[in-house]
Design a protein around this ligand. Sequence first.
Ligand code: DSN
Length: 425
Amino acid sequence: MTDKVVAELITAEEKRQRNGLELIPSENYVSKQVLNALGSVFTNKYSEGYPGKRYYGGQINTDKVEQLAIERAKALFKADHANVQPHSGAPANEAVYHAWMEPGDTIMGMELSHGGHLTHGRPGTISAKLFNFVRYGIKDLETGEIDYNLMREIALKTKPKIILAGFSSYPRELDYAKFADIGREVGAVLMADMAHIAGLIAGGVLANPFDYGFNVITTTTHKTLRGPRGAMILTKGTVSNPLKTVDKTIENLPTLIDRTVFPGLQGGPHMHTIAAKAVAFWEAAQPSYHNYCLQVLANAQTLSQALMNKGFKLITNGTDNHMMVADIQTSFGFDGSVAEQVLDRVGLTLNKNVIPDDPLPPYKPSGVRLGTPAITTRGLKEEHMFLVADWMHQALIKKNDPKALDKLAKDILHFANSFPLPSDN
Ligand code: DSN
């Protein structure tokens, strides 16, 4: 007996992924061996607890696979402690907030429309209800430079318990040394949410916040890191004896985090996902992965320049990482949700996105966000970026011409099909 309905949907989704160009900067394609681990019998197993200290029997293999994921994660990011159990980025961030803060405490994060993530205090989220979020933001929209002077002033006034460096739609490198100076001055824990760029850090092409004195890194595992959907929390610094009572001291932070993830926020870890994380961390330690990261950056540089040459106004006029945010309203006179739909119709997938201090609402924002991790995994190189920019431009200026859009869709389908999916191998 086969569930044909779901089988057909899986086949259809595989076809959609193959036939188009995936430009959403937080998405990627995993390898066959990551997919195999995700679909493995580890999904059958309950493993509440941590390696060597579980609440159910039969943990001989789960302990080994989780410990392997932990050791590989530590090595990749030069961390002293890793918790690989968070189911996704939101609970990973929640775990750190709850491990270190009490309700009513203050945390400083990036202004949401300047690039901060929902879990960095969007009104209506659990963390925004429990904690007091104060903000830093971009000083110069042309360069993307953060206003570090204002950040320091606000931090001195509000004494945040955590200063959070990280973003969901910010195309520039943060100055971690400046964050660290301010954090030390006000006695805050330094936390980096590196979900978008973790792979580029692991691949050695972007700076590692731990090298600047950061205490904690959270990250999802499925973006540039090219693993399964999930997350982890890494810490740097002395690790206390986890069996002792834990006060809120920096040495106890790893234990506080572990206890907040389980049993604080989650029950049984997803061992099939942890096995797939272990595989992805192994892949990210290979020399070929470093080359992949270099290509992601090279493609992003070329694509951003090619888009600007076509008249796209890019926020901060370019990128230092894998992503770009384009102001569609200014460039073309219609909003980002229209652009998302038109581009989807021709096989170019990206997402509508707010721009800094966007006058338009989030469901019809001024911009779109796009990036190069997934198309680089497919094998696209710099020369292909000119084609992508041209197709985007053509589709948007001909958005009311169905024949022109059909022709573009055909060209893109033909082109995309000449690049295999990594899971084909
Ligand atoms: N939804 C993710 C992104 O696209 O950036 C962040 O959680």
